[in-house]
Design a protein around this ligand. Structure first.
Ligand code: 13P
Length: 251
């Protein structure tokens, strides 16, 4: 049985005081991590606050990006070693916004995944197709390509422990979610790609999230699907009540 994992992705939202207020509002209400992994993905600026405010609770903290070197002359980048030292447990990598606006490649994303593991954290590796690819019915091969490149040279043990998020670009922030059957089918493509690369045991362990206009009202439909182990949520993770409602729907 795979444990569900619900992760908020705040993207570039909130100020330090808003992040602190959110953490204080949810801290005592996070469900037990026996049932669900509850994760909040914050801008790097607020990670320290979130880690300290969530001490002693089952809330886990994710960064939204990092570099693949631990230190050096890389102005403006985020060190994975420094993230691990802060107590960050997950790092979201390969989000479509980073691929599109910051021109991240599969090769760079793969280097980031290795650096995250080397520092004892876990990647949440995002994949997803454009509307054009979806309409051309090329989603499966696109996803297989992204996953194969993103996982290159990772060990079976690493892949078993990580999280992969399927987020169709056309469903992000549009209010137009992929229906649960589509989400299940493409999460199934992710799983069968992992199976081809690493075998059945690893494929049965890796956790796969759906993301794209998930909200408290529709999360249960996704979670009921065999290949969907959780959700990566943008807009509906920003308010404490809504974030808690997402967790409540699966606990
Ligand atoms: P929305 O939930 O706002 O559609 O965002 C999805 C997403 O990109 C999460 O990473």
């Amino acid at each position: 049985m795979r444990k569900p994992i619900i992760a908020g992705n705040w993207k570039m939202n909130k100020t330090a005081s808003e992040a602190k207020a959110f953490a204080q509002a949810v801290a005592t209400k996070i469900p037990s991590n026996d049932k669900v992994d509850s994760v909040v993905g914050s801008p790097a600026l607020f990670l320290e606050t979130l880690v300290s405010e969530s001490k002693g609770t089952d809330l886990k903290v994710a960064a939204q990006n990092c570099y693949w070197e631990n230190a050096g002359a890389f102005t403006g980048e985020i060190s994975p070693a420094a993230l691990a030292d802060l107590g960050v447990q997950y790092v979201i990598i390969g989000h479509s916004e980073r691929r599109e606006y910051f021109h991240e490649t599969d090769e760079e994303i793969n280097k980031k995944a290795k650096a995250i593991f080397a520092n004892g954290m876990l990647p949440i590796l995002c994949c997803g197709e454009s509307l054009e690819t979806y309409e051309a019915e090329k989603t499966a091969e696109w996803i297989e390509g992204q996953i194969t490149a993103g996982l290159a040279d990772l060990s079976a043990e690493q892949v078993s422990s990580m999280v992969i998020a399927y987020e169709p670009i056309w469903a992000i922030g549009t209010g137009k979610s992929a229906d649960a059957t589509i989400a299940d089918t493409i999460c199934g493509v992710v799983r069968s790609t992992v199976e081809k690369l690493y075998g059945n045991d690893v494929a049965s362990k890796v956790r796969i999230q759906y993301g794209g206009s998930v909200k408290p009202e529709n999360i249960a439909e996704y979670m009921a699907k065999e290949n969907v182990d959780g959700a990566l949520v943008g807009g509906a993770s920003l308010e404490a009540d809504s974030f808690l409602a997402l967790l409540d729907a699966v606990k």
